[in-house]
Design a binder for this molecule. Structure first.
Ligand code: SF4
Ligand code: SF4
Length: 436
């Protein structure tokens, strides 16, 4: 696939500055980083879309080639390569596999942003996606109101009706479990220092990021995270002005809007020593605020961010978890293992749960097909990737699945139900709680 006339990192102007190129040299860093790819193909077996589709253009190597061709002006119309970029989960399994250290996620997100800036997607679905992400998901109060309305509609039987009349997209009907009752969706008390219930560990104030989907679909996980930190001796702050992390906007090629959210979070967590996240996708995005904002404040904020399992793995548990008998599989969220390099800590912590037997399953680092709202935008591909994930989990004969991201919890749970199994899906923090 390599071309003898390829430009080098030392002479990016050979191609990247081509007048009229769909991706202008606004950010040359992405272009020069794409040149690190030596086309070895070692990333191909790890790519979920390549595994399912078997098409070079739907592989990491193929997509890098297409993005470079666009930057160099060899592909004139960005729309020609857009479907291949849209089918990428941004799961970053290819980054883990790559011996050349290609920063694939950065390249993809930069190119998506440039294409979206120059040629915003047209059509009702694209407009709805943009509206949903910016005017609903990014505004916590509106998102809470939407979940309140959805809960009311379910109680009135309207969800059943909408599914029967096919007014609800089939993908959403399949994925979405019932909205939890209002008491489970209530926000954690904000703006307060919660004093520890265990022996106090001095020196750090940790602040908890509560997220959007996590709060509304898994409020129990937020409450468990808070209780776990308090039981292990930490003073916890839940900042009032925190908001959406912006990950979905970055993935959708809307970095300017994501920056607004990032700046608000940097300010909201200014007084915290550490920012604790229990959602792998949000945590990964927040660790990348330095790159997103390009400011020292963004870098300083990123250095304060920790996933809850990463943090507790570093400092150790002082409260012994309650016993939990059974065979459990831990499945790595992509944005925790590939995005943040956190693999060992959750397993080490879960090994401390009395009675819990952690068993291995095949390809735990493969994406489950959730990937933000990918399962709504690419339902068929997401469904096949999810089916394969659940097949491997069930082959390990587990009676519990553990994973640390709300999207993964929803996706795996929906595919377990679709396969006729009632194996529960839990977040690691739920297993690490001491007895009440
Ligand atoms: S991010 Fe994931 S889906 Fe996209 S090219 Fe890399 S491995 Fe494939
Ligand atoms: S493993 Fe890295 S260098 Fe090799 S083809 Fe994939 S992205 Fe390129």
């Amino acid at each position: 696939m390599a071309s003898s006339s390829e430009p080098t990192a030392a002479s990016p102007a050979n191609g990247c500055a081509t007048p009229g190129s769909a991706v202008a040299p606004r950010d040359l860093a992405f272009y020069t980083r794409s040149l690190d790819c030596v086309h070895c193909g070692l990333c191909l077996p790890t790519c979920p879309t390549y595994q399912v589709l078997g098409i070079e253009a739907d592989s990491p190597r193929g997509r890098i080639y297409l993005m470079r061709a666009l930057a160099e002006g060899r592909v004139e119309d960005a729309q020609a390569i857009r479907p291949f970029l849209d089918r990428c989960l941004d799961c970053r399994a290819c980054e883990t596999a790559c011996p050349s250290g290609v920063h694939y996620g950065e390249i993809l997100e930069t190119v998506r942003g440039e294409i979206e800036r120059k040629q915003p997607k047209r059509g009702l679905a694209a407009w709805l996606t943009r509206t949903l992400l910016w005017h609903v998901v990014a505004r916590q109060n509106r998102l809470r109101a939407v979940f309140f309305a959805m809960r009311a509609a379910e109680l009135l039987g309207l969800r059943w009706l909408a599914t029967k009349l096919r007014l609800m997209p089939p993908a959403m009907a399949r994925i979405a479990p019932p909205v939890p009752p209002n008491r489970e969706r209530r926000a954690l008390p904000t703006g307060l220092h919660h004093p520890p219930t265990g022996v106090r560990r001095r020196g750090v104030t940790v602040a908890l990021f509560t997220g959007c989907v996590m709060e509304q679909m898994f409020g129990r996980v937020n409450r468990a995270t808070l209780r776990l930190l308090l039981a292990n001796g930490f003073d916890v702050l839940v900042p009032q002005d925190q908001g959406c992390c912006g990950a979905l906007l970055v993935h959708a090629g809307q970095p300017e809007q994501a920056r607004q959210l990032a700046r608000a979070n940097v300010a909201a967590f200014a007084s915290a020593d550490l920012v604790i996240n229990n959602s792998a996708g949000c945590g990964c995005a927040m660790k990348e605020y330095g790159h997103l904002l390009g400011t020292p404040e963004g870098d300083a904020f990123a250095r304060k961010c920790r996933d809850i399992s990463e943090f507790l793995g570093e400092v150790g548990l002082t409260a012994t978890p309650a016993a939990h008998a059974g065979r459990a599989a831990y499945d790595d969220p992509c944005h925790l293992c590939h995005g943040q390099g956190v693999r060992k800590q959750p397993r080490d912590l879960l090994a401390m749960v009395p009675g819990l037997q952690l068993v291995a399953h095949e390809r735990p680092e493969d994406c489950c097909g959730s990937a933000g709202i990918y399962n709504l935008l690419q339902p068929d591909l997401a469904a096949e990737i999810g089916r394969q994930k659940v097949e491997r989990l069930l082959a390990a004969r587990v009676d519990l699945v553990i994973t640390g991201n709300p999207g993964c919890m929803l996706q795996i749970d929906s595919h377990l139900r679709a396969a006729g199994h009632s194996v529960p899906v839990r977040h690691p923090v739920e297993l690490l709680l001491p007895p009440e």
